[in-house]
Write a protein that binds this ligand. Structure first.
Ligand code: GTP
Ligand code: SPV
Ligand code: MN
Length: 612
């Protein structure tokens, strides 16, 4: 490790006045006055710059270069053990009025919050470089490009942002030409360096603040260098702030993958699916269909911006540029498409284990477990160490362009028509493998009552069932009741013939012996086939109180060692389980108070009546 007391002052790429965008210049000046960095650097997004940044991160001990024969141009780093996931309890929506944040969000008066944050940010970049990253979420040639600028004192964030979003000088030039609005996104790890003080590999602060000002459309993030806390284009902008913009402009910003499926007859369908964090979006987005004759192509794995198209169809765009995927469970057996994308290199891995030959490993990557590893915390590890080698929320960060099965339409600013929407959670009981909603409103009911066991993607207890409306609980940037109302307004704006059909899925149901009721992963293509055949009107279904479920014979089991009776078990609606579930839904809906849309209260009443 070299002298890490100072980050090298990277040369200015754009001279003294790097932009003609007056608002941006003023904001950069204001922030640098407040945070007192050693130097200010405008990120150009070039490959050469990326090489310098990663060299610097290697020298600082934040990253290690992987064996280029195994993973070319790739790096691995470990975070501080106290900075490994999103921190929902430290995430705030600071709307002017508390009611506009609603009961699902933490709230504080914006002026009060600004006072706290100014204190934290004062001098917070001392001894560090302040990086200015112009970025755009979605294609730069969109009709209305959604610009942002992240200011950060973390080179790791800059390198990761280059993978996850379109960044750099091209973006800045377009922003200037249009004198465009941009979301100011301020980030500091909150670890200033005194003169002569040595840096640590992963600077961060015990105290974390992930704060959104929805009216101002601004973001202030302090104290964490990790994932959704720090890569501000992702959850903070593309979901929390964008959901507010979407409410005001009549569209939807959702926590969804987008997958294109082509039937053996050559007909294409695009499916969007909302599953909570670490519940299978990336896996379904990179699906390797096991069902004969079907082709799958990826459009997105985490975020879907949906607007109403010219013909009243719902169109989805993935605003991201990379994958920030859960590593554990991603393997050659379960997700070979992700593995192939990762193997092309150009990736940053965080909190995974290191193999002795300079590669990476995590639980589930290969069937054979290596005899020796260096675990994510840098300790020696063997299979009988009794602890996981990779952190459960360890991640790979990889350019989306490296996915072989990426759909061409990914690059289109108009996106794709969405034909089906899936809501899904991680539930051991009660929720069938798949259920088709009776109507759009019934589909919103399913989404609004979605529930899932918590995962390692957020700090806190794992495995606790909680309601997670549209898989957006931690990401709705305003009042959750208003959010559900907004979903309701889509029906009137859309062409009724073109409204997506809605389904509820659960890949995680267990049988009495504790095993999974459904094999999942590539086999999920069989469920998607059924859903599409329902749209086409050719698949059989059975009506139940909660919606339409497949008959045992209607799921294509060709080549799968499973019987129609086992399918019936996986889709069964058990009245005793639903009696409990209805109680949970009732309690959940009660929390919305007056903000609950009347048509959803009516949906619950009807469901209760059907079970009575
Ligand atoms: P975020 O990036 O946090 O939003 O997560 P995600 O929704 O993209 O989840 P991901 O696809 O990364 O999957 C998370 C975990 O669920 C991994 O450990 C997977 O192996 C597991 N998983 C995904 N799909 C299935 C499935 O169909 N069946 C089972 N049993 N497990 C699955
Ligand atoms: C999630 O938690 O939903 C993620 C990971 O996709 S993070 O970027 O940390 O939000
Ligand atoms: Mn996610």
């Amino acid at each position: 490790m070299g002298d890490t007391t100072r980050q090298p002052v990277l040369e200015e790429t754009l001279g003294d006045a790097p932009t003609t965008h007056a608002k941006l210049l003023a904001w950069v000046a204001e922030v640098s006055e407040l945070t007192q960095p050693d130097s200010v650097y405008w990120v150009d997004g070039s490959e050469e710059e990326y090489a310098r940044l990663t060299d610097h991160l290697v020298e600082a001990g934040t990253l290690q270069r992987l064996n280029p024969e195994l993973f070319p141009n790739s790096f691995v780093g470990s975070s501080d053990p106290k900075d490994v996931a999103r921190v929902e309890e430290r995430t705030f929506i600071c709307s002017e009025k508390e009611a506009d944040a609603g009961f699902t969000n933490n709230w504080m008066d914006p002026a009060e919050m600004k006072a706290i944050l100014r204190e934290r940010f004062a001098g917070s970049m001392r001894g560090r470089t302040m990086y200015v990253i112009p970025f755009v979420m979605g294609p730069l040639d969109a009709e209305q490009p959604q610009f942002g600028v992240e200011i950060t004192d973390s080179a790791y964030v800059v390198a990761s942002m280059r993978i996850m979003a379109r960044i750099g000088t091209d973006v800045l030039r377009k922003m200037e030409a249009e004198d465009a609005f941009f979301v100011p996104a301020l980030h500091s790890v909150g670890a200033p360096l005194e003169p002569g003080e040595a840096d640590v590999a992963w600077p961060c602060n015990e105290e974390k603040w992930i704060v959104h000002f929805p009216e101002e459309r601004s973001i202030w993030s302090y104290g964490s260098g990790y994932g959704g806390n720090a890569l501000l284009g992702k959850k903070c902008y593309a979901l929390r702030i964008a959901s507010v913009i979407a409410r005001d402009e009549g569209w939807l910003a959702e926590h969804m993958l987008i997958l294109k499926l082509t039937s053996p007859e050559g007909k294409a369908y695009n499916v969007a699916a909302a599953f909570p964090s670490a519940c299978g979006k990336t896996n379904l987005a990179l699906l390797d269909p096991t069902v004969e004759g079907w082709k799958a192509e990826t459009l997105g794995d985490d975020i879907n911006w949906m607007r109403i198209g010219k013909e009243g169809e719902l169109r989805g765009v993935n605003p991201e540029y990379g994958l920030f995927g859960v590593a554990p469970g991603t393997g050659w057996g379960t997700n070979p498409n992700a593995m192939r994308a990762i193997a092309k290199g150009n990736s940053i891995f965080t909190n995974v284990a290191l193999t002795d030959d300079g590669g990476v490993w995590w639980e589930g990557m290969t069937e054979e477990v290596p005899a020796h590893l260096t675990d994510w915390e840098g300790n020696d590890w063997t299979p009988d160490s009794g602890r996981p080698a990779a952190h459960p929320n360890s991640r790979f960060c990889t350019p989306i362009s490296q996915i072989d099965m990426l759909a061409q339409e990914y690059y289109s600013p108009d996106g794709v028509e969405i034909h089906a929407i899936l809501f899904g959670g991680r539930r051991k009981t009660t929720i069938p493998l798949v259920t088709q909603a009776r109507s759009w409103t019934n589909g919103i009911f399913m989404g609004s009552t979605l529930s899932s066991e918590t995962t390692a993607a957020a700090s806190g207890a794992v495995g606790v069932v909680r309601r997670d409306p549209m898989a957006m609980l931690p990401f709705i940037g305003y009042n959750a009741g208003d959010y559900l109302k907004h979903w309701g307004t889509i029906e009137a704006k859309a062409n009724p013939e073109r409204l997506p059909k809605v389904f509820l899925v659960n890949w995680f149901r267990r049988t009495a012996d504790g095993g999974f009721a459904w094999p999942g992963f590539g086999e999920n293509s069989r469920v998607l086939k059924w859903a599409i055949e329902r749209i086409e009107g050719t698949a059989d279904a059975k009506e139940t109180p909660i919606g339409y479920i497949p008959t045992g014979e209607s799921i294509d089991l060709t080549g799968l060692d499973m019987t129609p009776e086992q399918v019936e078990e996986a889709v069964k609606v058990d009245p005793a389980e639903w009696k409990e579930e209805l109680k949970g839904i009732e309690e959940w809906y009660a929390r919305f108070g007056d903000a609950l849309p009347a048509e959803l209260a009516a949906e619950l009443k009807q469901l209760q009546a059907r079970f009575a």
